[in-house]
Design a protein around this ligand. Structure first.
Ligand code: XIL
Length: 346
């Protein structure tokens, strides 16, 4: 392949990243590693740095895969992103409970957050360039998610997370990351939360807009408003988990009473043998519209990361419904660049 690679297409504009899964980190999936090395200049771990993986039991840290991930990034000269320090999901139960199974006090939870964050960030000090410090703490209406962190500590848990991360590596860039960021309610809540951090003098460098998009939502207009208003806070904007699903959402299907039938499951999995021509064309156009938007705001956007490399490994095949065939990424199951990649080259 002599055509320009993605990283060359966007050179001087933003990093082009991908999430790495376990089989890529261990080297088992050599074909996909080759694509990663050719096209991307930034990496994020899809799962191996999440708290349930890093500290499955209190005080028992498991760093093998995270170490291999960081070593891969260094060997290939990539911009390395850590994901994620404090998130309500994929967090072990022990974090919030004592040995009798009772909910822990604010003091204990703070201590556990500090140990977790400082051990992880400290281990990769000067090597991981930026961290998703807090993930998904705000709901679509702009209020705080009533997670265990929030119930026990209130919004202070966010401030503490940024403070601990900064203390562990003063040079690392620190980010807030969330989904549905084009939603006006969430946009407002995130802006208020970031302002609160800034008023406290805490370091925050960027906002990650996850970018799990569909064929109709979000609208380009609302997405653009969020890019602009986040950048107005004086932080960088990143598209951190880009993928574009062509599959119907279960919520759009007829009611729950038929949810166990084969017909229902088939309706949610319509493209098992590849995309029809017109769907494929619409997919290319929709992706192109978003990349044009990113390029228009390249002065505000420092990184665009896709959540995976090829469709074969995408989490979207199993979310929000298991066992589907989805086509959300820039490279197909055949490892080849899709028409969208060729369109980006024009
Ligand atoms: C997903 C991974 O892709 C899956 O493999 C895992 O089973 C669940 O988590 N928001 C995030 C990511 O911030 O960490 C999630 O990744 C997708 C949604």
């Amino acid at each position: 392949e002599t055509d320009p690679q993605l990283k060359e297409l966007f050179a001087g504009k933003f990093y082009v990243g991908a999430a790495m899964n376990r089989r890529q980190i261990t080297g088992e999936d050599a074909q996909t590693i080759d694509l990663l090395q050719r096209h991307f200049n930034s990496i994020t771990p899809e799962n191996v740095m999440k708290s349930e993986r890093i500290q499955p039991r209190e005080g028992e840290f498991s760093f093998d895969l995270a170490d291999a991930f960081v070593a891969f990034g260094e060997k290939n000269g990539l911009h390395i992103v850590g994901h994620t320090l404090i998130w309500h999901s994929q967090a072990p139960d022990w974090f919030f409970t004592d040995s009798q199974g009772r909910e822990v006090s604010a003091r204990v939870l703070k201590q556990r957050m500090e140990t977790h964050i400082k051990t992880l960030v400290g281990r990769y000090k000067g090597r991981v360039h930026g961290w998703d410090v807090v993930n998904e703490a705000i709901l679509d209406d702009g209020s705080y998610r009533k997670s265990k962190f929030y119930q026990i500590l209130g919004e202070e848990f966010i401030h503490l997370a940024f403070q601990f991360a900064h203390e562990a590596d003063p040079e690392a860039a620190l980010y807030y990351n969330d989904y549905s960021m084009a939603n006006p309610g969430k946009r407002k809540g995130v802006i208020a939360m970031v302002r609160a951090l800034q008023e406290k003098g805490l370091r925050i460098d960027g906002i990650g807009m996850q970018g799990h998009i569909g064929m109709r939502y979000p609208s380009l207009e609302e997405f653009e408003k969020s890019i602009v208003s986040f950048a107005d806070l004086g932080v960088t904007v990143m598209i951190t988990e880009l993928d574009l699903t062509v599959l119907p959402s279960p919520g759009n299907q007829a009611g729950a009473e038929i949810s166990d039938t084969k017909a229902y499951r088939d309706a949610l999995n319509p493209y098992t043998d590849g995309l029809p021509e017109e769907v494929s064309a619409a997919f290319t156009q929709r992706y192109l519209d978003f990349f044009r938007l990113f390029l228009k705001h390249a002065d505000k956007i420092s990184r665009v990361t896709t959540w995976g490399v090829t469709d074969r490994q995408s989490w979207k095949n199993n979310w929000p419904v298991r066992g589907r065939t989805d086509y959300p990424l820039l490279f197909g199951r055949d490892q080849l660049p899709k028409p969208i990649v060729h369109a980006l080259r024009k």
